[in-house]
Design a protein around this ligand. Structure first.
Ligand code: MRU
Length: 355
């Protein structure tokens, strides 16, 4: 049974003295919330994908740093900062691809180092910063939605948008990046329907994107990943919008495995292919996508559906969780500062670094 909850959806929420995470491993059958009080538990929640999606991982890690700051027993500043750095290292070791994780940890550690005063003043500042990161992300996603709306094809009046994985409210602090564009298009009366790739092997499209759409009564059609080319050939799709986990300075964009295939199909069918992502997803330290670390997850994600093995013993497995779409296949990158061709990212956006 699919559950419904009140909207809007916020996957990472601070409550008095702990963090509440929507358990994304249980949707759509069960809507449940996990309480996180310790940094180690936050690291586990990120690793096991209770919380997932690049910006949401960043927000969760920021709160993880704050929770960790409360566990440190050191009473002198240097020892406190050293222990906090170790907590940051543990959080950073959870998932390698989404750069928002590293961005958020670096921002939190900088705040700790730059805050003068007592340890409790540093802790206060860390909590405030984590909350700011979360609030900024919602605003950022709304700006992405608004900018994305302006570049959607002018015709037909009501568009069919294909998306891959879940780049929605669940994957951010709220509203979403690619699904932010979808939400803005829906509100503006420009959306006919979302086509959601199921997104093997973790099925974020089937389980999470469709769930978000159903919550808001946005028309959604679920397709298996291998059907995207056929749908384009049948003129069912007008534009593709996906999220990203890390974008290199030249615009090469890592996103959920299968995104590259969708981009190739879009090119073959002359369809616009947009990547929607906040500035915190752009890694200006990487010249191109070759340097993006690609997470490999457990082979059971491939050889099992539920708890049933789907292939005979003796098979070998390869389970990269992300792929890199080359910049030349990307029509534009939709950010909170506007929409840019990949080739203009560095010139137009690198001065915002650190903001
Ligand atoms: O492995 P996941 O579920 O964390 O991967 C998520 C994605 O690939 C999303 O498309 C990406 O993080 C963008 S989220 C706004």
């Amino acid at each position: 049974m699919t559950v419904s909850v009140a909207n809007p959806v916020y996957p990472v929420v601070w409550r008095d003295d702990h963090v509440e995470l929507i358990d994304q491993t249980r949707l759509p059958q069960q809507f449940s919330v996990v309480e996180i009080r310790r940094s180690d538990d936050m690291a586990t929640a990120i690793q096991t994908m209770i919380v997932r999606g690049a910006p949401a991982i960043g927000v969760a890690a920021a709160f993880g740093i704050y929770l960790g700051s409360r566990e440190i027993t050191a009473d002198n500043r240097d020892e406190f900062l050293a222990a906090l750095t170790e907590i940051g290292d543990k959080l950073k070791a959870t998932r390698p691809t989404a750069v928002n994780l590293f961005w958020a940890v670096a921002r939190m550690l900088n705040v700790a180092r730059q805050t003068l005063g007592s340890i409790s003043q540093i802790q206060d500042q860390l909590l405030q910063t984590a909350q700011d990161i979360a609030a900024d992300d919602v605003r950022t996603c709304k700006a992405i939605g608004d900018h994305g709306l302006k570049v959607l094809p002018a015709a037909p009046e009501k568009l069919c948008i294909l998306t891959h994985c879940n780049a929605g409210a669940l994957a951010t602090a709220g509203y979403g990046t690619a699904l932010g564009v979808v939400r803005s298009a829906w509100t503006a009366g420009r959306l006919a329907r979302v086509y959601a790739d199921e997104t093997r092997p973790r099925l974020q499209g089937a389980k999470l994107t469709t769930w978000e759409c159903v919550q808001e009564e946005i028309p959604v059609t679920l397709i298996a990943d291998g059907m995207a080319a056929h749908c384009m050939q049948q003129d069912l799709i007008d534009v593709v919008v996906v999220g990203a986990d890390r974008i290199a300075a030249n615009g090469d964009a890592a996103n959920k495995i299968g995104t590259y295939s969708v981009a190739l199909c879009a090119k073959a069918h002359n369809l616009p292919f947009y990547v929607a992502a906040p500035l915190s997803t752009i890694d200006f330290d990487l010249a191109d996508g070759k340097g993006i670390p690609i997470e490999e997850r457990h082979p059971s994600e491939i050889y099992q559906i539920g708890s049933t093995d789907i292939c005979p013993p003796g098979v070998e497995f390869y389970n990269p969780a992300f792929d890199v779409t080359p910049a030349e296949l990307i029509t534009g990158i939709i950010t909170e500062h506007g929409v840019f061709p990949p080739s203009e990212l560095r010139e137009k956006l690198s001065h915002h670094r650190g903001s």
